[in-house]
Unconditional design. Structure first.
Lengths: 436, 168
């Protein structure tokens, strides 16, 4: 058959063709043999994801519906007052325009619709009511959850998405799994719960270290070089955002969102997601880098068991620990100035949780100023759909990682943490809160 | 055929609020209208309750829009600028969110009525068949409409974001 047109592609993507549908089968068969159309399908998927992102910006805050009894009560009250109540919903929509009420069975619905648009405005087609019951789509919660996943996955270009997904699956996930299987036992003592209160300065959220951001590549304990201009920018920034500095740190400290299939899947991934798109993208970069480092260290079998004291010395800060869980192993890998710490905990029911940590550069106002500048310069949302942008594959890889391993990223002053455990979202979130 | 409205309410209320919010751009009003929708359909027994809800919702939103245009357009706009911001602890975050929300709203507003409606209904969870029934479009035209609507929405949103970046 000839290529699939955009409408068919989107319909196919949206699951509009029921199983066995002739048209749907034809499209599936064509997609099986046409690389171009498969790429277009992925592009359409990316577009749909981006739309989800935009639509979520235009959404009301999460809300608790009133009880259904309250609705019944309202209906009763309406009846008593004699105002429009139950049963008045069938009021014809187009009455104000004098449009006839039942055009629904016109043979050419689009033509009718066009006429309506000319005559009475398109909304008047509301009067085409009544339906054939059709299979309802997935519940809203699932959509929302999937949208959250979409946000992380971003609208990565089709090719990048495919290749990085494979790559990540091969390197990150399996390597980490393999590492977990080769655990040496640690010293068994519980880690010291890091409770150091950060000063006002260190409470400023620092951008995570990434290769592209030289200022944040500094080793923990060494303050990054502060250029005069940066210092000035920091002061300016301080003046601008002074009341919000502490709040910003709070936002950065723990940013996660329930991932795919919240209602149905037994294991729910959590993603590092920030309301600040820049922080989000940078943090994702960091989390991917961290997981890659873990994978590399695991592949080379460079993990060595360490004591709490040694871990704290190497990390430069008291490591985070998982409260109320037995630590099975406590290992470190990486060069002296770039340590990665990995702890495996036994959870109550025989499952294990993995805590991966590495030091973050000491946050400074200069860091904050640079993060602020980057955010002004970059349009992270656009990066999601720009084929050349690094953010998209990074996000795709992290999405894969977090999809296949239930994980949450936590940021503490001077410490980056990834917690991975086969737990439902709520439990994982609760654990993350305790770590924080 | 009777309808278990309590169950429909449980599963659909949020979708209806979201749908209405994108028409009236006021959270409280959207919730109030959504509840009104359920009040009005209680005695109805449509074949497809979900889709019927959105028809009633569209009617209420349209009536609402007329009222707003007549009476309080100015007030509503001001409200949209100042009161819809999500509570955020950080003024920069708040500004970001507000800017994005406004961009998303403007991008949606730039769509044609038909494209926007199909997009909103899809986002509210209706199937192609349901969207076709509610809008009067041919079932085969939903995919085409939706693909165009999606493309235009993203283009419009990106263009607005681009402007912000250009302005620095």
């Amino acid at each position: 058959m000839s290529h699939v047109d955009d409408g068919q592609l989107h319909a196919y993507l949206d699951g509009a063709y029921p199983p066995g549908d002739e048209q749907g089968e034809r499209i599936a068969s064509h997609l099986g043999s046409c690389v171009d159309c498969r790429v277009r399908l992925e592009d359409a998927r990316g577009l749909r994801e981006k739309v989800g992102l935009v639509m979520r910006h235009a959404a009301p805050a999460a809300l608790e519906p009133p009880t259904f009894d309250a609705i019944l009560e309202r209906a009763r009250a309406a009846r008593e007052r004699g105002v429009p109540g139950p049963g008045t919903s069938a009021r014809p929509a187009g009455d104000a325009h004098g449009a006839p009420r039942r055009w629904r069975r016109m043979p050419l619905a689009w033509a009718a619709s066009l006429m309506m648009a000319l005559a009475a405005g398109w909304l008047a087609s509301d009067l085409f009511r009544r339906y054939d019951a059709e299979s309802a789509r997935a519940p809203a919660a699932l959509d929302e959850a999937e949208a959250a996943l979409d946000e992380v996955r971003g609208a990565a270009p089709a090719d990048a998405l495919r290749s990085t997904r494979d790559e990540m699956t091969a390197s990150g996930t399996e390597a980490v799994d393999a590492g977990a299987a080769r655990l040496r036992s640690g010293d068994g003592r519980g880690g010291v719960q890091g409770g150091r209160a950060a000063g006002a300065r260190s409470a400023v959220a620092a951008p995570p270290p990434t290769a592209s951001l030289p200022a944040t590549g500094a080793v923990a304990g060494e303050p990054p070089p502060v250029a005069q201009s940066a210092a000035k920018a920091a002061d300016d920034l301080q003046r601008q955002i002074d009341p919000g500095v502490a709040g910003r740190a709070d936002v950065a400290n723990l940013q996660f969102r329930v991932g795919a299939a919240a209602e149905t899947a037994p294991v729910v991934p959590l993603y590092l997601v920030g309301d600040s798109a820049d922080l989000d993208a940078a943090a994702l970069d960091w989390a991917v880098t961290l997981s890659e480092n873990v994978a590399a260290a695991t592949a080379e079998d460079r993990w060595v068991a360490v004591s709490d004291e040694e871990a704290e010395r190497r990390l430069g800060v008291t490591p985070a620990s998982l409260p109320n869980a037995t630590r099975r192993s406590f290992e470190i890998a990486g060069p002296e100035n770039e340590p990665i710490l990995r702890a495996v905990y036994d959870l109550a029911d025989g499952r294990t949780a993995e805590l991966i940590q590495r030091p973050a550069p000491a946050p400074t106002l200069a860091d904050a100023a640079m993060a602020f500048e980057r955010r002004e310069q970059r349009a992270p949302e656009r990066a999601l759909v720009s084929p050349g942008a690094p953010a998209a594959p990074v996000r795709a890889r992290l999405a894969t990682l977090f999809r296949e391993r239930s994980a949450v990223a936590v940021q503490r002053p001077r410490l980056w943490i990834v917690l991975a455990a086969p737990l439902p979202a709520a439990e994982l979130a609760a654990l993350a809160e305790r770590i924080r | 055929m009777s309808v278990d409205w309590a169950e429909v309410y449980r599963t659909t209320y949020r979708d209806v609020v979201r749908y209405l919010y994108r028409k009236v751009w006021d959270e409280d009003r959207a919730q109030d209208l959504a509840q009104e929708v359920f009040v009005r359909v209680l005695d109805d027994a449509p074949d497809n309750p979900r889709a019927w809800l959105f028809t009633v919702a569209a009617n209420l939103a349209r009536d609402e829009a007329r009222t707003v245009i007549r009476r309080k357009k100015h007030l509503t706009l001001i409200k949209a600028e100042t009161e819809e911001a999500a509570p955020a602890s950080d003024p920069i975050e708040t500004l970001d969110l507000e800017a994005k929300r406004n961009d998303a709203r403007r991008a949606l507003d730039e769509l044609s009525e038909r494209d926007r409606e199909v997009l909103l209904l899809w986002d509210a969870g209706l199937s192609y068949t349901e969207i076709a029934e509610r809008t009067g479009l041919a079932a085969g035209a939903i995919g085409t409409t939706l693909s165009r609507a999606r493309r235009r929405l993203v283009e419009a949103f990106d263009a607005l974001e681009e402007k912000h970046v250009a302005r620095g």
